[in-house]
Structure formats: structure tokens, C-alpha cells
Write a protein that binds this ligand. Structure first.
Ligand code: C2G
Length: 129
């Protein structure tokens, strides 16, 4: 079984996220999503989520491409996750191009093109108008 992992906040879930998850799953048979916790988002990413972790987790678990959701508590857990879950491929959108190449000794590292013109930031901005 070919296992894929990806990381993110996935707040205000949108079709850009779904495009990423669909393509990530297509790279294997089993997709793990490491979902940024509320604390990690706030302390390390300065992101205030609209939906708390449990609700973002519930949304992700309802997606056909997603097989397992685990917490992302910090920036430094990726190599351990790859080993613990015997991951074959690490996937991120290419806004992270090159940032996770340190994982190459442990697994394939794939950066996929982002979906243009959609982001959680954009959604929040548009809703404020
Ligand atoms: N994404 C995308 N297209 C968009 C928006 C997002 O392909 N229009 C991708 C991002 O590139 C990322 C994933 O969807 O791979 C999740 O996006 P975010 O929730 O914004 O994730 P981020 O805050 O970048 O967290 O340790 C890594 C971090 O947790 C990544």
C-alpha cells in the first residue's frame, strides 16, 4: 500500500484544498492529512482559524480522498511522521516549493501547483465587503 501525507490548516475548506487532496491521493492508495492544531496555527503560523480543529477534522474526514487525519502540532514532526506511518510520498502545494526537501532521504517529495484565485484569506477578504 502506497501511503501519501500532506499538511495544512484547511480552514474554510474550498475547492483549492479539494484539488490538492484529490491529486495527493492519486499518488498512492492511502492519504494521511496532518491537520494544523488551533494552537500551532495561532502560535506558529499567526493564523486564527474560523473553524476549530475538531470541526476542520470532521470536514476532512468526510472527503473521499482522505483516509486518516492526524494533528500537526509543530513544524518539526514531519520526518517522524514519515517514519512512523511508513509514508512513501510527501505532498504540498508549490507555495512551499523546496521548503521540505530535507524529507527526500525518507520519502518522495512532491510539490503540486496551487489552484489559482482561491484562498481562505481571499474568502475572508471578499466576505468583508
Ligand atoms: N492549496 C492549494 N491551492 C489553493 C490553496 C491551498 O493547492 N488555492 C494547498 C496548499 O498549497 C497546501 C494545502 O492546500 O498544500 C493546505 O493549504 P493551507 O491550509 O493554507 O496550508 P498551510 O497553512 O500552507 O499549512 O507544515 C505545513 C503547513 O501546515 C502548511
Amino acid at each position: 500500500m502506497k501511503k501519501v501525507i500532506t499538511y495544512g490548516t484547511f480552514d474554510l475548506l474550498h475547492y483549492g484544498h479539494i484539488n490538492l487532496l484529490r491529486r495527493a491521493k492519486a499518488l498512492g492508495d492511502y492519504l494521511i492529512v496532518a491537520l494544523s492544531t488551533d494552537e500551532f496555527n495561532w502560535d506558529q503560523k499567526q493564523k486564527k482559524c474560523y473553524f476549530p480543529y475538531e470541526q476542520r477534522k470532521q470536514l476532512l474526514e468526510a472527503i473521499r480522498y482522505v483516509d486518516l487525519v492526524i494533528p500537526e502540532n509543530n513544524w518539526d514532526q514531519k520526518a517522524a511522521d514519515v517514519r512512523e506511518f511508513r509514508v512513501d510520498t510527501f505532498v504540498m502545494g508549490n507555495d512551499w516549493q523546496g521548503k521540505f526537501d530535507f524529507l527526500k532521504p525518507y520519502c518522495d517529495v512532491v510539490y503540486l501547483p496551487r489552484t489559482p484565485e482561491i484562498s481562505t484569506t481571499q474568502i475572508k477578504h471578499d466576505l468583508r465587503r
